[in-house]
Structures are given as structure tokens and as C-alpha cells.
Design a binder for this molecule. Sequence first.
Ligand code: MLT
Length: 323
Amino acid sequence: MKTLMKLGLGLALSAAVFASPLQAQEYPAKEITVVVPFSAGGPTDTVARLVAQIMSEDLGKQVLVQNVGGAGGTLGAGQVAKASNDGYTLLLHHIGMATAPSLYKNLTFDSLEDFAPIGQITKVPMTIVARKDFEPADAAALWEHIKAEGENVTYAQAGIGSASHLCGTLLMNALGVKMTEVPYQGAGPAMTDIIGGQIDMICDQTTNTTNQIKAGEVKAYAVTTPERLEALPDLPTTKEAGLENVNVTVWHGLYAPAGTDPAIVARLQESLKKALQNETVVQRFADLGTAPVPQEDVSPESLQALVQEQIGVWKPILEPLAK
Ligand code: MLT
């Protein structure tokens, strides 16, 4: 509640102190950069490029995606937290905004204070997949294999605090063993090595696995949502496959730096809402096992409340791993 009141107060204050309404009216006067804190070609990049395309058409200026990978997404997020709050540098990030506060003792930003949230975007299920020639035939056999082999199994993740790191942590906690984690700047390059057979497995977002699963390029074992997915109906849920507490869905949001003019935030919110109603975006999301959030969740208040709630959800699980 305190943070939401602060959000309201912050919005009012910046309206008072921000530069001329004229600038807000003329916004955007030039191209906008959206920082994606992971490598190109990965799940977050896929979501960003789809939305950015439609927002460019609506705003009449290019919305360009800039990939700043590293440190589980905290490098790119930290960069935007310190960027000018003129509306021309934005951040598209995910559940990492809620995991980082519990994992990094010297985080360079405050997920709740240093950003002006614009709105939620989508909630992406995760799938547990492996290289296509991996021995275990199904999920039950995979759990037994991991328990028996432990650190002989290589597990790709996109850095501490990333979605693949979080899901891997839940899986290892549920099985009571450690695998050998291999960090990447994003799930994009990790998937290349899984398909190439260099790495055994990853838990990754359906926006990065659905096509690979359907093409038989990777072996799929389970999905981390309470219900099966329409896009992958044969894939059991982790619960159906006998595992409790490996439930995670990767929510994504759009942010500007704190203090950005509320009129500009409102213009971006309006444009994001349009993008998430766009037929091509809706269809592409569906093909990749996800969907836009309801329009009422494409709002600063809804995103801020989600970040706050999720920080609380993951803290007890992740704090023991803090560095
Ligand atoms: C990515 O886009 O690479 C992912 O979101 C990485 C992750 O969080 O696992």
C-alpha cells in the first residue's frame, strides 16, 4: 500500500516538476529505445520485438530493441534505472524484477522505487526440455536420472535471478539434488547449445521452446503451469508428473525510469494496450503458448502491485542463495 501511495504521490509530484506539457504533447519526437536485459533471439527478446513493432506504428517513431545481457538481467535493468527520464529509454523485463532483490546484496537499483511502471504485457509458461538424444524417456525417468546423476547433469540458465535460474532452483529444491549450472547471457544462446547437444537441459519459456519442441529439436518433459497448454497438449504439468512446488509463470512488464512525466507514461500505456490487442501479436503469442494480459492489467498500478507481491513470493525461496 505504502509503495502504491508513493507511486500515486510520485506521479503527482513529477507532473508538477516535470518539464513542459508541450514536450509530453510532442512525445515522441524521436526514436525510443527499449532495453531487453538478455541476449537477442531469446524469449524476452521475442516478446519485446513483437510489441515494439506495433508500438512503432502507433507512436509514429521507431521503437528499437537494445539487448543488454548479463547478471541475470540486472545489468540492463540497472542501466535503465539510471537513464534519463525523458521517455526515450525504456525497459522490458520479467519476473527478474522480483527475484533480483532477494539474490543480489549489492543491487544497483530498487525494483519498486527506481522505475515508472507502464503496464504488464504477458505471462509465459515454462517447459522443462533437454537435448533431443537425452536418455530419460519421460518426466518420471528424468527426475530419477537427475537424482542419480546430480552434478553430472548440465543445466543451462540465463544468469542468477533469470527465469531459467529460478525454475532450475525450484526443480533442484524439489528433487533435493544439485545439477551443474551453466550460465548464459540469455536463453537464446543456451537453446542453441541444447539443440547442439553441448548442454543437457533447461527450464525455459514457451516463447523459446514451443517451435523447437514441435520441430523435435529438443525433448520436452513437463510444463510449469497448473494446467496443460493448448499449444502443447501432450506435455504433462510438473504436478501431473509427480513434482510439487515447481510452478512458475514468467510475467513481463514495460518500465520507464522513475520520474518520467505521467503524460508520457500514459501515452506509452495507451500504445502498449493497442499493441496487445493487435491480431498479429495475439496470434504469435498464442502460437508460442502465451497470451497478452487482460487490458486492465496494462497499467502502472497493476504492474507495481505485481512486482511488490512477487518480491514477497520468491524471497523465502531465493534469499538463502543471496550473494
Ligand atoms: C531470455 O530472454 O533470455 C530469458 O528471459 C532468460 C531467462 O530469464 O531465463
